[in-house]
Design a protein around this ligand. Structure first.
Ligand code: URA
Length: 182
């Protein structure tokens, strides 16, 4: 594990640890406050993120920003990253070998940030971070504590685009996070 952001960022520059490097435009490392108390972890970059090199800048990201505004979370105060840092072609889910290959980068980010709270956005984040035995439908909205970090699983913002009724849950879960952060 690297002790500085400079070393960590340098180590990923030409990453070819999995096959996703072949089709990526940009590595989407993560964005936000490197001393954030709250960290958000998504699944992997989509087309917009791949083009811009920043997580959650497409449709799902815009919806997430709106939800942030509603509950008073400032995007620049939190840290946002993904399970995989390169776009899976056609927006498929990351495959296990890809998530596994990429996990050390995320672990290192968590180590450097030392967040108190990690919001897991959707099933891929939940299963990769806490274990395959967890399901998003039964776990969302409930705190899970591990090694001094409080995890809040919630819907992936893209799921809200497909099912409007999930927006209420998402806002509720974010408000729970804000409450805990006070
Ligand atoms: N979906 C994700 O999981 N992450 C992003 O960065 C964008 C969309």
């Amino acid at each position: 594990m690297y002790q500085t952001w400079e070393e960590l960022e340098k180590s990923i520059e030409n990453c070819q640890k999995c096959k996703l490097w072949k089709t990526r435009q940009n590595i989407v490392f993560g964005v936000g406050n490197k001393k954030a108390k709250i960290m958000f972890i998504g699944e992997g970059p989509g087309a917009d993120e791949d083009m811009q090199g920043e997580p959650f800048v497409g449709r799902a990201g815009k919806l997430m920003n709106m939800a942030f505004d509603m509950v008073g979370i400032k995007r620049e105060e939190v840290y946002i990253a993904n399970i995989v840092k390169c776009r899976p072609p056609g927006n498929r889910n990351p495959e296990d070998d890809e998530s596994y290959a990429c996990m050390d980068y995320l672990r290192n980010q968590v180590l450097l940030i030392k967040p108190e709270i990690i919001v897991l956005l959707g099933s891929v984040a939940l299963k990769n971070i806490l274990g395959k035995e967890y399901g998003i439908t039964s776990s969302r909205g409930k705190w899970i504590e591990r090694k001094g970090i409080k995890y809040m699983p919630t819907w992936h913002p893209a799921a809200l685009l497909r099912d409007e009724s999930k927006k209420v849950d998402f806002i509720k879960d974010l408000m729970e996070v804000i409450k805990e952060d006070k």
